[in-house]
Ligand binder design. Structure first.
Ligand code: NDP
Ligand code: 8X3
Length: 251
C-alpha cells in the first residue's frame, strides 16, 4: 500500500526536491509551506504521478499547524512519514550584533515549528504503532561556526529533540532519525542574507556544493529501508567540504 508522507518546507530547496522524488516513487504527498502559488504549482506537477494535498500554514502558528493537520482529508490523514524540513537561517552576525527578530525567527521556526508539527502528527502514529519521523538538522547541529551562534543553537536543539523523540517513541515502534546536510545550494542563503542574491550566490562559488536533489535522494533511501532498519543520524557534506569552515575551493 502507498505510504503517505507529510513534508514541511515543500515550496523550495530540499523539501521541494524530496516531494518530487517521493511523488514519483509511489508515495502519497502532503505538501506544506506558506507560499500558496508554489504549493499550487507543485501540486499540479505531482498530480500526474500520485495523490497530492497541500497545506498552507506558518509553522510558528501552532493553532494553524494543529488545525491544518487534524483536518486533513481522510485519504491523507494517516501520515506514515513526517519530514520536518521547514527552516532557515536568518542573519550571520556576531552574537553581540545579533538581531533579536532573527533570533526569534530561528528558534520559532526551526525548533518550535518542528515541535508543533510533530505534536500534531505523533498521536495517530502512536495509535497505529507505526511511523517514521525524519528531522532535517545540519552540520550546524554538530558544530558551531563563527557568527552561526543562534542558527547553530537551533540545529543543536533539533539534534537533541531527535534523540529525545527516538527514545520516547521507541515503545511504539516509531522510527526517528535526522539527516544533517552541509552546504546545499538552495534559497537558504538568500533567506539568510535577506534577499541579497549576490552575497548568497558567493556562498556556493568555487566548489561543487550539494544540490537539493542529493539530499532528497538520501531521504528516499532512508524512508525505503526495511522496517527493522532505522537510519538514526546521518551527516552528509559535499566532497569539497570538510567541516563548517573548511571548504576546498578551486580558485
Ligand atoms: P529553502 O530556503 O530553499 O527552503 C526553506 C523551506 O522552509 C521553504 O519551503 C519555506 O517555505 C519553508 N519555511 C521557512 N519558514 C517557514 C515558516 N515560518 N513556516 C512554514 N514553512 C517555512 O532552504 P533549504 O531547502 O536549504 O532548507 C530546508 C532545511 O534544510 C532547513 O531546515 C535548513 O535549515 C536545512 N539545511 C539547509 C542547508 C543548506 O545549506 N541549504 C544545510 C543544512 C540544513 P515558505 O517560505 O513557502 O513557507
Ligand atoms: C546550513 C549549512 O553551513 O550554513 O545548515 O550551517 S550552514
Amino acid at each position: 500500500m502507498k505510504k503517505t508522507v507529510l513534508i514541511t518546507g515543500a515550496t523550495s530547496g530540499i523539501g521541494k526536491a524530496t516531494a518530487q522524488i517521493l511523488g514519483k516513487n509511489n508515495y502519497k504527498i502532503v505538501l506544506c509551506g506558506r507560499r500558496i502559488d508554489r504549493l499550487t504549482e507543485l501540486e499540479k506537477e505531482l498530480s500526474a504521478f500520485t495523490e497530492v494535498h497541500s497545506l498552507s500554514f506558518d509553522v510558528r502558528d501552532k493553532n494553524a499547524a494543529f488545525d491544518s493537520i487534524n483536518n486533513l482529508p481522510e485519504e491523507f490523514s494517516a501520515i506514515d512519514i513526517l519530514i520536518n524540513n521547514a527552516g532557515n537561517a536568518h542573519g550571520l552576525d556576531p552574537i553581540q550584533n545579533g538581531d533579536v527578530d532573527d533570533w526569534d525567527a530561528m528558534i520559532d521556526i526551526n525548533v518550535k515549528g518542528l515541535l508543533y508539527v510533530s505534536k500534531a502528527v505523533m498521536p495517530k502514529m502512536i495509535e497505529r504503532k507505526s511511523g517514521h519521523i525524519i528531522n532535517i538538522g545540519s552540520t550546524a547541529a554538530k558544530e558551531v561556526y563563527p557568527n552561526g551562534n543562534v542558527y547553530c543553537a537551533s540545529k543543536h536543539a533539533v539534534d537533541a529533540i531527535t534523540a529525545g523523540m527516538r527514545i520516547d517513541l521507541n515503545p511504539f515502534g516509531i522510527r526517528v532519525g535526522a539527516i544533517h546536510p552541509g552546504m546545499v545550494a538552495t534559497e537558504f542563503s538568500e533567506v539568510r542574507f535577506k534577499g541579497d542574491v549576490e552575497r548568497a550566490s558567493n556562498v556556493y562559488k568555487g566548489f561543487d556544493p550539494l544540490q537539493a536533489e542529493d539530499i532528497a535522494d538520501i531521504i528516499h533511501f532512508v524512508v525505503s529501508r526495511p522496517y527493522h532498519v532505522n537510519i538514526a543520524d546521518l551527516v552528509v557534506m559535499s566532497t569539497a567540504q570538510a567541516s563548517s569552515t573548511i571548504v576546498k575551493k578551486n580558485i
